[in-house]
Design a protein around this ligand. Structure first.
Ligand SMILES: Cc1cc2nc3c(=O)[nH]c(=O)nc-3n(C[C@H](O)[C@H](O)[C@H](O)COP(=O)(O)OP(=O)(O)OC[C@H]3O[C@@H](n4cnc5c(N)ncnc54)[C@H](O)[C@@H]3O)c2cc1C
Length: 423
């Protein structure tokens, strides 16, 4: 293949791989810069991952969580958006290769490809578990749950076989939020939708390998969360490791066997597979080590931002968590640094403005913990969660839509997204 025709007109070309929070943040910061930005993502939409569980539980519809990438740049002339898979990066030749596009040469590269699900080699997990990392994952999980409830409605004997039981693996924010939201879907909506099913027969079990759920939070948040989950009927099993998964049951290392036709995998992430081929120094979880300006030390023309990067917080000297606000701020900082470099201005190291680590367990039940250790629980925390996550949504239209959907669900308990469209 020949290198892609130079459409930069001699201008500095910034190639941004991935249009998540990190990639979008970087591209937007380059709006006024005299550069050409080439933004490539495997999807034609930006995914708002923090709300995927709301799609999976029918609270939000797909367009509230997936926004067209081209739409986000319709007022930015220096951006070219392409939908394609990135297949290779040659750091020495400064060239990126794709599934179908011709290769593209860069002056500056921003790696913002995010992470991917890690099944830790658990037998049957890749085939039978339901991860919750992409919009397609969320729709697939929702469809599967709706299909199992309809099947149990037609064939009540399926209930005893575990058709309505769900095992959620991982006691971190993804697992806790999904278990809590599913429990509210079961008790608030399905209880009425399927009056002949005894709610006691539909179990939701949260399985966590370590001795406690929410290991990253302080003890008061952990006990609050366990209580909030238990109030919603979620059974929490800690110190238990999943050994194998089949379509109808989950086997734990302790020997326990749980009958469940649904296993949601919220147990772990690892850096995007592509970066393992680059010969770079990788930190825990296969994340790329970056310097204070988010550059790769051996290739200072390459930035890594968001989930793919191991970014050390200048204040705490700890690696920052894989969060939307870290991805957005690091992407914006990389964009700003590139703009300043091109203009010959001085650049500054990245400073993370902590928005807190937070999670929602259900209506009126949320938790927040700031980097300094301050915590919030309940309605106040839910308000903080709502504010931070609305700010992360890419447009005002998305924010307005999310508010309307949340308010609607809060008032009526209804989930307009709980339909399954056969394709
Ligand atoms: C279920 C869930 C819940 C979460 N909840 C919260 C929360 O409540 N609060 C919070 O702050 N954070 C939350 N997070 C974390 C947050 O969503 C991530 O930290 C953030 O999305 C990372 O942004 P990113 O830009 O690094 O990567 P991503 O958002 O993952 O974007 C990466 C992009 O790269 C593209 N891509 C990947 N590989 C290729 C390839 N080979 N070719 C082309 N394109 C490719 C993908 O399509 C994607 O669009 C949650 C994450 C998940 C999965």
């Amino acid at each position: 293949m020949t290198a892609r025709t130079d459409t930069s007109g001699g201008r500095h070309r910034v190639v941004i791989l991935g249009a998540g929070f990190g990639g979008i943040g970087a591209a937007k910061q380059l709006k006024k810069s005299d550069v050409v930005v080439v933004l490539v993502d495997g999807h034609d939409y930006h995914t708002f991952q923090p709300l995927l569980y709301q799609v999976a539980t029918g609270l939000l519809e797909q367009p509230a969580v997936g926004h067209p990438i081209r739409d986000l740049f319709d007022d930015q002339d220096n951006v070219r958006v392409h939908q394609d898979r990135v297949t290779g990066i040659d750091l020495d030749k400064r060239e990126v290769t794709f599934g179908e596009l011709d290769p593209v040469l860069y002056n500056t590269l921003v790696l913002a490809l995010g992470a991917e699900v890690n099944f830790f080699g658990v037998d049957g997990a890749a085939e039978h578990a339901f991860p919750l990392y992409t919009l397609a994952d969320a729709v697939r999980l929702k469809d599967h749950v709706l299909e199992r409830w309809e099947a149990a409605d037609r064939h009540p004997q399926l209930v005893a076989d575990g058709a309505l039981n769900m095992v959620v693996v991982g006691g971190g924010p993804t697992g806790v939020e999904t278990a809590g939201a599913m429990a509210e879907l079961y008790s608030g909506v399905f209880r009425k939708d399927y009056p002949d099913v005894d709610p006691e027969q539909a179990r939701i079990v949260l399985v966590e390998a370590s001795p406690e759920i929410f290991g990253m939070f302080k003890p008061d948040i952990r006990s609050y969360t366990e209580e909030a989950l238990s109030k919603r009927g979620v059974e929490v099993m800690t110190g238990e490791v999943v050994e194998s998964v089949s379509p109808e049951k989950v086997t734990l290392k302790s020997g326990a066997v749980l009958s469940a036709h649904t296993l949601v995998w919220g147990a772990g992430l690892q850096g995007n597979a592509l970066i393992r081929s680059l010969g770079l120094e990788l930190e825990r979880g296969n994340r790329i080590a970056v310097d204070g300006e988010l550059r790769i030390p051996s290739h200072p023309e390459v930035f890594a931002v968001g989930d793919i990067a191991a970014i050390t917080d200048a204040k705490t000297e700890q690696v920052l968590p894989q969060l939307g606000s870290v991805a957005l701020q690091s992407g914006e900082h990389a964009g700003e640094t590139i703009a300043r470099t091109v203009e010959g201005k001085e650049t500054e190291p990245f400073k993370y403005r902590d928005k807190g680590t937070m999670a929602t367990i259900g209506r009126g039940a949320a938790v927040v913990q700031m980097l300094g250790g301050k915590t919030m629980k309940g309605k106040k925390a839910q308000l903080a969660w709502g504010t931070v996550h609305l700010a992360l949504l890419p447009t005002n239209e998305d924010r307005a839509k999310a508010v309307v959907d949340w308010a609607g669900a809060g008032l009526t308990h209804q989930r307009s997204g709980r339909i399954r469209v056969e394709t």
